[in-house]
Design a protein around this ligand. Sequence first.
Ligand SMILES: *[C@@H]1O[C@H](CO)[C@@H](O)[C@H](O)[C@H]1NC(C)=O
Ligand SMILES: *[C@@H]1O[C@H](CO)[C@@H](O)[C@H](O)[C@H]1NC(C)=O
Ligand SMILES: *[C@@H]1O[C@H](CO)[C@@H](O)[C@H](O)[C@H]1NC(C)=O
Ligand SMILES: *[C@@H]1O[C@H](CO)[C@@H](O)[C@H](O)[C@H]1NC(C)=O
Ligand SMILES: *[C@@H]1O[C@H](CO)[C@@H](O)[C@H](O)[C@H]1NC(C)=O
Ligand SMILES: *[C@@H]1O[C@H](CO)[C@@H](O)[C@H](O)[C@H]1NC(C)=O
Length: 393
Amino acid sequence: MEKSLTATVLFSCTLLISLFVSSSAQTCKNYTFSGNQTYSTCTNLPQLNCSIHWNYYPSNMTADIAFRKNGATTSNWIAWALNPSGPRMAGSQALVAYLRSDGTLYTYTTQVGQTGSIVPGNLSFEVPNLTVDNTGGDMTIFATLKLTSSLLSTSQVWQEGPLTGGNPSQHPTTGENGQSVGTLNFATGSVTSNGVSNPKDRKRNVHGVLNAVSWGILMPVGIIIARYLKVFKSVGPAWFYLHAICQTSGYAVGVAGWATGMKLGSDSPAITYKTHRNLGITIFALGTLQVLALLLRPKPDHKYRLYWNIYHHTIGYTTVILSIINIFEGFDALDREKNWKKAYIGVLIFLGSVAVVLEAVTWMIVIKRKKTASSDKHANGVNGYGSRVQQTA
Ligand SMILES: *[C@@H]1O[C@H](CO)[C@@H](O)[C@H](O)[C@H]1NC(C)=O
Ligand SMILES: *[C@@H]1O[C@H](CO)[C@@H](O)[C@H](O)[C@H]1NC(C)=O
Ligand SMILES: *[C@@H]1O[C@H](CO)[C@@H](O)[C@H](O)[C@H]1NC(C)=O
Ligand SMILES: *[C@@H]1O[C@H](CO)[C@@H](O)[C@H](O)[C@H]1NC(C)=O
Ligand SMILES: *[C@@H]1O[C@H](CO)[C@@H](O)[C@H](O)[C@H]1NC(C)=O
Ligand SMILES: *[C@@H]1O[C@H](CO)[C@@H](O)[C@H](O)[C@H]1NC(C)=O
């Protein structure tokens, strides 16, 4: 029965891994710039056929960016901006580019005024390098941005509009032109546009939910079941099956979560969460060891069973403790998801309270049984449940 259980778990894992690892290639990744510039992070912005590419250097808080308009017409201007004052046009720190009537490409910086004026001027941060390129129908603004901490994760806006008499004029405000706002985090690579997360953000959320539910909730619940339910005689051997179901389904979902994490890591080599990654690999190894150890479990009365129990409990508790630590590491990486952290802390407090109450109840039952056992010694012999609780508690 255990062997078939293990086989089922391994099968479901393979299935889930293949479900989550197969993912569509991002088209912005394949783009080759005319100057062969390479960027570690990029996102397609669905509005106006644009994409944003960048390398971020934490050491000097500098980002090299490329903003590309796919299929640009030379009768239009294009612009991309950061706006620390919010997801709107006014106050945007913008980079603008267009083809002048003399046939030269022109790009400049501007702080967009309340009325939408875009006269050239310095930004609130330095832009030491700014160039524009128009090749193969794509117009791209290349820039180096010397960011400040408030600009690392902020609103971004992008726009396109017509040239009138060779100068930029009012852009449409409906359709895609009215939806081209979002957020951008240079450090984590997360981008949204028009309130929608990009596929990578959605993958991160899937990764977070799978791991928090499996390693962070199902497994601790399984441990609570194993530790406390077996004390209640009425439950009988059901505790074992409940425990096995929690841990195996937790492991199956957890492996899928782990695989999505590995995939996220390999998709953005420039953004690494070393501690999170290493803890994740350790937890996965310990969890797998735990599943494999089921195959070697000695019979209950075997002389090595005690050592197996000690081993099983040590690895089990270690895995869950490391998992909880790593889930918090993950929340810190997903800086926008503060509510998830709060929800998970709520779950932990609930599980902790349940465990404390059950611990107290268990001790009461054990002490009561001991008393009954010693007074009934002659009649009943040793209380099997009591001694088992003492052994495992
Ligand atoms: C992008 O490149 C990858 C391999 O580098 C390839 O599998 C994928 O099909 C390409 N996508 C597009 C849209 O060209
Ligand atoms: C970019 O790379 C291609 C092929 O690797 C090469 O032919 C081309 O000259 C390079 N362009 C520049 C501007 O370096
Ligand atoms: C985006 O590209 C598609 C296909 O290339 C085109 O049909 C559409 O008009 C473009 N949209 C804009 C706003 O440029
Ligand atoms: C910032 O640091 C990176 C790598 O350390 C370097 O390549 C880049 O030139 C620096 N940029 C500026 C503006 O100092
Ligand atoms: C803009 O910045 C440059 C370089 O930092 C500086 O030389 C110039 O005076 C600034 N212009 C204005 C109008 O502040
Ligand atoms: C400015 O950026 C362009 C395009 O990425 C690059 O070719 C050029 O070397 C950069 N100039 C400086 C001074 O960094």
